[in-house]
Design a protein around this ligand. Structure first.
Ligand SMILES: [Zn+2]
Length: 392
């Protein structure tokens, strides 16, 4: 199938989306074929995008600035990676955009190539407008595996002389303005015990039982937090704890030597997340490990950080919120429980940031993921108003 983003072509957001969806940018894959395609098209307009590659050279962020470079501007941020389709039951090829009943189906159509497509389709319009402040389109990799890729690009922005006026992260919010999201810290815990025949169990160290003790501690912290700080703008108004995976043991008559499990805290941005992590580490170190080591000093509990994403807490009275509400035609704002790259723009670079984008998060990551055509139209209108705002 021919691409819509041919040199100097002016594709619609939907046509750009068809191009973007055709690249299988599942986080485990290279995103370079997509980046090459977008970069070639941008260069055909005389633009000079900048790459921020990963250490392996198989993935990259892409940043392009359009408009005057001597004044601060706005960042339009989206991730290029998508979650796997493996094991999901799709009606049609997930990497071929398909229309039915006013919906566009395809992996990433909603999360979040739809927003990226809207932003890219505006490039020719940005170039024609008499922009008083520039746009920076910032495309990242490896968002779905812990907001890893975007960090090198945001670190670069943190050093810019002109601090951007604001950033719009286009995760699917049905164009609602989102001013806050939770922080997430997740860890893999490895419990090392001492193995032996289960008939002599008390002489050994049961890794599963110590893992269970630590899991109950994590649950206890969660129960305490459920009675603590509340923010009713979240659908889950409290900080939560959760254990999602556990592995351990070989057979019933062997005291298990190894057990590992994964846990997370999803905390309100105002919560001291580090203190929660430390409470778990301290319980392992000060309460459980001494008992284990009394049997065998080689026993112990190790923690490996899986991911750490800061929360977002943009103030309701900040200019970026008023602007986003105006552009989206909304009176209010809300907050979401899932993490996004927005917290990193705020925390690492101090950039006023909101989340606002087309599509419904309920369709993200699902088989037959889709975005409503009307949602793309709403995002196109949002961007047209932003162009007018920046050309005034
Ligand atoms: Zn996303």
């Amino acid at each position: 199938m021919p691409y819509f983003m041919m040199p100097k072509a002016r594709p619609t957001s939907r046509e750009v989306l068809a191009d973007l969806v055709s690249f299988d940018t599942t986080s485990g894959n290279s995103n370079l074929p997509l980046i090459d395609h977008v970069e070639d098209w941008l260069r055909s307009f005389g633009l000079e995008p900048c790459r921020f590659p990963d250490a392996t050279g198989t993935k990259s962020n892409l940043l392009v600035t359009i408009g005057p470079e001597d004044v601060p501007g706005y960042i339009l941020s989206g991730h290029t990676d998508v979650v796997p389709v493996k094991g999901q039951d799709w009606t049609s090829d997930p990497f071929v955009l398909r229309e039915e009943d006013g919906k566009l189906f395809g992996r990433g159509a909603c999360d979040m190539k739809g927003y990226v497509a809207c932003c890219l389709s505006k490039v020719p319009h940005f170039l024609e407008a008499d922009l008083k402040s520039p746009f920076h389109i910032a495309l990242s990799y490896d968002e779905e595996v812990g907001c890893i890729g975007v960090r090198s690009m945001v670190a670069d922005m943190a050093g810019w002389d002109l601090k951007p006026l604001g950033c719009f992260v286009g995760e699917p919010t049905k164009m609602d303005v989102i001013t806050g999201h939770k922080a997430k810290h997740s860890f893999r815990v490895t419990v090392t015990g001492k193995s032996g025949h289960s008939s002599l169990a008390p002489n050994f160290v049961n890794a599963i039982e110590y893992a269970a003790a630590l899991i109950m501690k994590i649950r206890e912290i969660g129960e305490r937090l459920a009675k603590g700080r509340h923010d009713e703008l979240y659908d889950m108004p409290v900080t939560t704890s959760h254990v999602g995976v556990i592995r351990g043991g070989t057979q019933l008559n062997i005291v298990p030597e190894l057990c590992s499990f994964d846990f997370e805290f999803r905390s309100l941005p105002e919560e001291d997340a580090e203190a929660l992590n430390e409470e778990v580490f301290a319980y392992a170190r000060d309460v459980l490990e001494p008992r284990m080591k009394a049997v065998d000093p080689d026993c112990g509990i190790g923690f490996h950080l899986i991911s750490s994403i800061p929360g977002l807490a943009t103030g309701a009275d900040e200019e970026i919120v008023a602007l986003a509400k105006h552009l989206a035609g909304r009176n209010g704002f809300s907050k979401v429980a899932y993490g996004t790259e927005a917290g990193l723009f705020r925390e690492m670079a101090g950039i006023p940031t909101v989340v606002v984008g087309p599509g419904d998060i309920a369709q993200a990551h699902t088989p037959d993921e889709f975005v409503e055509i009307s949602e793309l139209a709403a995002c196109d209108a949002f961007l047209n108003r932003l162009i007018a705002h920046c050309s005034a």
